[in-house]
Design a protein around this ligand. Structure first.
Ligand code: COA
Length: 197
C-alpha cells in the first residue's frame, strides 16, 4: 500500500494522539530541539488540539503506520506564549493560523511530504478564512555543542514555501534539554506567510 497523506480535524484525530506523542518524542530528540520528552506535557499539549475548533492534523500514513504528523490550529485558541508577541506588536491573533509542528521519521524525508504538510495546513487556514499562517522555530547558538557538523537549518525550505522570518516576534517555550536535569526557557522566533497575497 502506498504512502498516503490524510487530514483530520482535531477532534477526529484523537485516535492518533499516541502516534503524535511518539513521533514528537522521537523526532524532537534531535538538534535543534533536544527535547527529552515528557508524557505528562504531551497529554496537556494534545488536549489543546482535541478542544480547539478548526484545528487540523495532517498525517503521513505508510500501510497502517503513522510516520509523520503536522498540526495547525487557529491562533486565537492558543496559549499566551504563542499569542503574546503578536498582541504586543499590534497584530490580531484572530487573523492567524498557527502551525504546531511537522514531524516526519528520517527515512521518509526528501520525498515532498514536508511540502504536503504545509499545503494541508494552509488549506485549512484558508477554509477558515484566516489571512496568515505562522509558526515559530527554536534558536540555538551556532557553537552549540550538540549541533551536528552537517546540520542544515530549514530556513531555505520555509522561505521557499513563502514564509518570512520575523525575528522581532519572539517567545519562549520551556522544556528539559537532553543534557540538562531541569527545564529551562528556550527562545523561539516566528515566521509568517500572507495567505491572501
Ligand atoms: C521538516 C520536515 C517535516 C520536512 O520534511 P520533508 O518531507 O523531508 O520535506 P520535503 O521532502 O517536502 O522537502 C522540501 C524541500 O525542503 C528541503 N529540506 C527538507 N528537509 C530539510 C532539512 N532537514 N534541511 C534542509 N533542507 C531540507 C528539501 O531538500 C526540499 O527542497 P527542494 O524543494 O528544493 O527539493 C522534516 O525534515 C522533519 O521532520 N524534520 C525534523 C523536525 C523539524 O525540524 N520540524 C520542523 C519544525 S516543527
Amino acid at each position: 500500500m502506498a504512502l498516503t497523506i490524510q487530514s483530520f480535524s482535531g477532534s477526529d484525530a484523537t485516535p492518533f494522539f499516541g502516534d503524535l506523542a511518539r513521533l514528537r518524542s522521537t523526532v524532537f530528540r534531535a538538534f535543534p530541539y533536544l527535547y527529552e520528552g515528557n508524557p505528562e506535557y504531551e497529554q496537556t499539549y494534545l488536549s489543546t488540539y482535541a478542544k480547539s475548533e478548526g484545528s487540523v492534523f495532517v498525517l503521513a500514513i505508510d500501510d497502517d503506520q503513522v510516520v509523520g504528523v503536522a498540526t495547525g490550529t487557529p491562533m486565537a485558541g492558543e496559549t499566551d506564549e504563542v499569542k503574546r508577541p503578536f498582541l504586543q506588536a499590534g497584530l490580531d491573533p484572530e487573523q492567524f493560523f498557527y502551525f504546531g509542528e511537522s514531524v516526519l521519521l528520517p527515512q521518509y524525508r526528501g520525498q515532498g511530504i514536508g511540502v504536503k504538510f504545509f499545503e494541508g495546513r494552509e488549506a485549512q487556514a484558508k477554509k477558515l478564512g484566516l489571512s496568515f499562517a505562522t509558526f515559530c522555530a527554536v534558536e540555538r547558538p551556532l557553537d552549540h555543542p550538540r549541533r551536528p557538523v552537517d546540520y542544515q537549518p530549514l530556513d531555505t525550505f520555509w522561505s521557499k514555501r513563502g514564509y518570512t522570518h520575523h525575528p522581532e516576534l519572539r517567545t519562549t517555550f520551556t522544556w528539559r534539554d537532553l543534557d540538562d536535569t531541569v527545564e529551562s526557557p528556550k527562545p523561539l522566533s516566528f515566521w509568517i506567510r500572507d495567505l491572501t497575497a
